[in-house]
Design a protein around this ligand. Structure first.
Ligand code: PMP
Length: 420
């Protein structure tokens, strides 16, 4: 078969002849490979060739979604470049066996880079799981409690409330603090927390994605095993964390570290192996720890993207620097809100405002729809607050560039001036 007519011809990656224009779709597929060689060889009039500066000319916009959320452009471009023919294997990472050498290297690197980023010791297992963080709401009590055991829950927003309610099916879940009556705008003082000494663990949500409330430090559990468990879905890898303070950390990937489809659990090894007998295999940490997250087919592509994100975070110098960037971004946004003379209002107590999710309302709430629509026209999308609370929410995860937040605050000031 002539090379040019074979579907695999593009994999050969020979220098391309200027005289052989590709069909448009194919031109897009190989564009990242060609950029490295000879950009001038792409001759397709219907589709502009992907430019070198992606945010300017490819139409990528500032995406303030709460999750799935914006990912680093460098990661998207690397995934695009590697997609068609992963490392010369002749297929994409989505098409290959999860037990083959290529994917084995990917999942191992994802784990070792995450261990480096968070300083995770060998006392902890790192698991790549499925079912979202929501599945962990049941997996946690199933793995850490016998049915009659009690566990303490601090409820600072919708997500910890969901965790608390699900846990009631599998253990005796105690609500030891709730911020509901104050519309989830606070984190409790730890001194006043009345914990149950026989509770198997104390559960918190490190960052409430909907309400924008974030723990800045962590309570010490007073239970026998001093076991703190945290849902860190929406602030995972946004700052350094002392993992040794936790028995278990879990996080859905789709905010800071990847696409939806994979949930990461960091579990102290001595806690593994005591799951309740009714625990489904897919929820049993021992099954996944014993098989290095390969008990069944894992979400390969999602894990691959996480690996690229971890690599990118390490290349940026690690999480201390990432936290500084996040503080700077959140800082200009909260300042704009606070200096608006009440035009914009963030209800969250200042000391616990989230660096990741910034909810706010407009004093004239009837202008909120217009605000969100006008922002979208200017290339800033997904600013609508969660359907349960309304208002506006800007999610500014690691991958949101400083320029995106600068553009948003400029827009906010201009909008205020135009609609006094
Ligand atoms: N916890 C938090 C803090 C979240 O933000 C979310 C999702 N937005 C969840 C849990 C649920 O995650 P999933 O949709 O992956 O089940």
């Amino acid at each position: 078969m002539a090379a040019s007519s074979s579907p695999h011809a593009l994999l050969v990656q020979q220098p391309l002849r200027p005289s052989s224009p590709l069909p448009c779709k194919q031109a897009l597929l190989v564009a990242p490979l060609r950029r490295k060689t000879r950009l001038s060889t792409i001759s397709c009039t219907a589709v502009r060739s992907p430019p070198v500066s992606p945010s300017v000319a490819t139409g990528r916009i500032f995406n303030f979604a709460a999750g799935p959320a914006t990912l680093p452009e460098s990661v998207i471009l690397k995934a695009q470049a590697e997609l068609y023919n992963y490392h010369g294997s002749g297929m994409s990472i989505m098409e290959m066996s999860h037990r083959g050498k290529e994917f084995d290297a990917v999942i191992k690197k994802a784990e070792s880079d995450l261990r480096l980023l968070l300083g995770i010791s060998d006392d902890y297992a790192v698991l790549f799981l499925q079912g979202g963080a929501t599945t962990q709401f049941s997996a946690v009590p199933l793995n850490l409690c016998a049915p009659g055991d009690s566990a303490d829950f601090v409820v600072t927003g919708s997500w910890s409330d969901k965790a608390f309610k699900e846990a009631q099916k599998f253990c005796k879940a105690n609500l030891i603090w709730s911020g509901k009556s104050e519309k989830y705008t606070k984190i409790p003082a730890f001194d006043g927390l009345e914990q149950n000494p026989d509770a198997k663990f104390l559960h918190i949500c490190g960052n409430e994605t909907i309400h924008g409330v974030e723990f800045k430090n962590y309570p010490s559990p007073s239970n026998k095993n001093a076991l703190l468990v945290a849902d860190m879905s929406s602030n995972f890898c946004s700052k350094p964390v002392d993992v040794s303070k936790f028995g278990l950390i879990y996080a859905g990937a789709q905010k800071n570290v990847g696409p939806s489809g994979v949930t990461i659990a960091i579990v102290r090894k001595d806690l593994i192996g005591n799951a309740q007998p009714i625990t489904p295999v897919m929820l049993d940490y021992k099954i996944h720890a014993d098989s290095a997250s390969l008990y069944n087919t894992p979400p390969c592509f999602a894990i691959y993207i996480c690996a690229l994100v971890f690599e990118d975070l390490l290349e940026q110098g690690g999480l201390a620097g990432v936290e500084k960037k996040n503080q700077k971004k959140a800082g200009i946004l909260y300042d704009t809100i606070d200096e608006s003379n009440g035009y914009y209002v963030c209800p969250v107590e200042k000391s616990v405002r989230s660096l990741m999710n910034v909810p706010f309302t407009l004093k004239k709430s009837d202008l909120e729809k217009k605000f969100i629509e006008e922002a979208a026209k200017e290339g800033m999308v997904q600013l609508k607050g969660h359907r349960s609370v309304g208002g506006v929410r800007a999610s500014i995860y690691n991958a949101m560039p400083f320029a995106g937040v600068e553009k948003l605050v400029a827009f906010m000031k201009d909008f205020q001036a135009r609609h006094p």
